[in-house]
Write a protein that binds this ligand. Sequence first.
Ligand code: ADP
Ligand code: ZN
Length: 432
Amino acid sequence: MYWEEKIETMVREDLDALQLARLKRTVQKASESYYYKRVFEENGLNPNNITSLNDVRSIPFTTKEALREHWPYGFLAVPKTDLVRVHSSSGTTGRATAIFHTAADINVWADLVARSMYGAGMRKDDVFQNMMTYGLFTGGLGFHYGAERLGALVIPAGAGNSRRQIQLMKDFETTVIHIIPSYALHLYSLFEELGVNPKTDTRLRLAFIGAEPHSTRTRDKIQELYGVKAFNSYGLSEMNGPGVAFECEVQMGMHIWEDHFLIEVINPDTLEPVPDGEEGELVMTTLMREGMPVLRYRTRDITKIYTEPCPCGRIHRRIERIKGRTDNMMIIKGVNVFPVQIEKTLMNVPGVGTNFQIILEREGYDDIMHIKVEIQKDVFTGNVKQLESLRRRIVDELKNETLVTPKVELVEHNSLPQSEGKAVRVIDNRKD
Ligand code: ADP
Ligand code: ZN
């Protein structure tokens, strides 16, 4: 059993009170770190002045740059001897950041992941194959500890080695997988090649997918191809890693565990809060981490808070699937485009395969969005006229979605580079 009913369904006022008590303690603790001590001094802040949740707004935001500048130990709130583990971010958008944990932090994190998995329907008798990179990346060990906490049998498969993954699934009768969504689509073609049908030849029933933006269409595709229920899992190393926000069995938005994270959504330009239900950048404060508290962290992830309560009964608010990051939003001919918009559009076109690549180029003063799209095998070898009309359809649909007319090139199945980790979608050649 890992359903924490008391915490998950507590009334709002009690959750607010719990958050406030934890916020006070966190700010106090943070003031002992080199970084926050200086920030508080420079801004004339006293941790004792936090008397309401709103008071968090008197504290300046913490940015990824600040974490990078104070690499590695500038944010520690405990002596180094109290630490038991370090993780780091993937470095998707620049230098990685390091996050340190005490034994208590690791324990709390495992509880959160276990709670998330349970909420999505995983149980003690499941066989869990963790197909994420183990090591500094949080997706491997984070889920591993959570699944063990739940009491499941864990296969620490790690990322890659696709043939062995399929073999492990068959031999150990895996029921639950944790997998990067773009890799899940890619792996399916190997299933086909080997003549193994994941629906009938495996015991798979659940998949946790996350670590990168993906559309509902991609989720649906994974569900259809694998015969599983697939749950969106959101996390970031600065807030531990996985176990920050997770879909429940309703599969409509991700509950953010508010007993552990204080959330705000801001307009990334004005830095002012936006009302619930409006899109903005997610900002988070750790409420339970002792080794390295992080206050008002600008995640750069774009989402919004659902205003309606979830039918599952959990009180913790839900966020919409992440649209992308402010720093991988492409500005093409002055128009804002997120890679996930391209993904969503392509995945809806019959005949399109599972992978694509966006290459941004500049011709004269003009931005060109060049998109290479993998096409399903049988379609690619088919009639040239049909291929050209498929290409035109893709151009039109992408133009409708993004307002930019792309240059589309259809390429052979499995011909584009495939990452075992987070997909690399965009190559920007516009920098002079
Ligand atoms: P990095 O920030 O260098 O990629 P992390 O490994 O900490 O390092 O990754 C966290 C980031 O991954 C998040 O801030 C977010 O942009 C992305 N991410 C994680 N889970 C999801 C998800 N379910 N949907 C969309 N994006 C996600
Ligand atoms: Zn729910």
